[in-house]
Write a protein that binds this ligand. Sequence first.
Ligand SMILES: Nc1nc2c(ncn2[C@@H]2O[C@H](COP(=O)(O)OP(=O)(O)OP(=O)(O)O)[C@@H](O)[C@H]2O)c(=O)[nH]1
Ligand SMILES: [Mg+2]
Length: 322
Amino acid sequence: MNNNELTVGRVYECQRNLFIVKVNDKEVSAKLKGSFYDMTEGSFPIVGDYVELMYNPIGESIIHSVLERKSVLKRPDQAKTATMQYMVANADYAFIVTALNEDYSYNRIARYVSVAIEGNTTPVVILTKSDCCNNVGRFVSEVEGIADGIRVHAISALYGIGLDEIEEYFKPGATICLLGSSGAGKSTLINAMAGEEVMKTGAVRESDSTGKHTTTHRQIIDLKCGTSIIDTPGMREIGMANIEEGIDSTFADIIELEKHCKFSDYQHKTEPGCAVKAAIERGELTRERLELYKSLSIENKNNSGKKKEIAKLQKMRKKTIY
Ligand SMILES: Nc1nc2c(ncn2[C@@H]2O[C@H](COP(=O)(O)OP(=O)(O)OP(=O)(O)O)[C@@H](O)[C@H]2O)c(=O)[nH]1
Ligand SMILES: [Mg+2]
């Protein structure tokens, strides 16, 4: 077959092995070419991918290949040990959506920021439900301390507060992915920016503000302004694996201080001449931030190590069998 017959489209939705691909402004359903099933982790198309497909105007189209990704957001798969779950491709911005109620967590935001940076996507922290919080400024400055130059916006989608601040991200041709817990207000924010209901939203449990997983799968929604939005179902947690660069960029302040430490295996507690300890004493770094950096790095090393080990074992097993 001639490759010239292939058309490029973008994956808008994936449901098991069935894909919805947008080709020339038309959504078509597509399946994968058989050779995909021999490929390695991460080679399956995901939402946001550009793919080459054999277009079939009267039935299912066939996806032949995935074009190189500009960015990709991934996390350790909760169901399968030692594999990564590839979530979203080619997003320009990752909106890390956190409500200003019990949902707020410095630790979780730092995790998402690391994932976004690692994946080559610009993180933008959106603190929602600002109408429910009476010290918004304190949270904004705390988030500003998560990573150097991090963008933070406090908004209320319900009352239209702060929406003008985030308009700059909604450019024609841009792709924005929304990540965050169920009930954080991701779909409500999309509706507010769209000016109409494009996504279903759902109430949260009053006792602890958690949502009821109203959005059930990842999908792209095209807004009239020309921006593509990737809405995702709420995630309770995001683990760390294969993400050393993302963590180190998020905690670049600590990495810089460590360069000036005399000891390599430091605890930053009693060592003389320890730059990290001095920064804590001067009030420039909190012990909590240092502990978070250490725990995320250890979690990442443990998960990444396990993955390599298992891959090695699988390779050895294959050699023995064949
Ligand atoms: N007070 C207030 N409530 C909001 C705001 N934004 C969203 N909500 C409410 O929060 C609830 C959950 O909103 P959704 O947009 O469905 O949350 P989601 O993040 O999409 O949740 P999942 O789809 O389950 O992941 C709804 O009852 C919204 O009305 C806000 O700015 N202020
Ligand atoms: Mg939703």
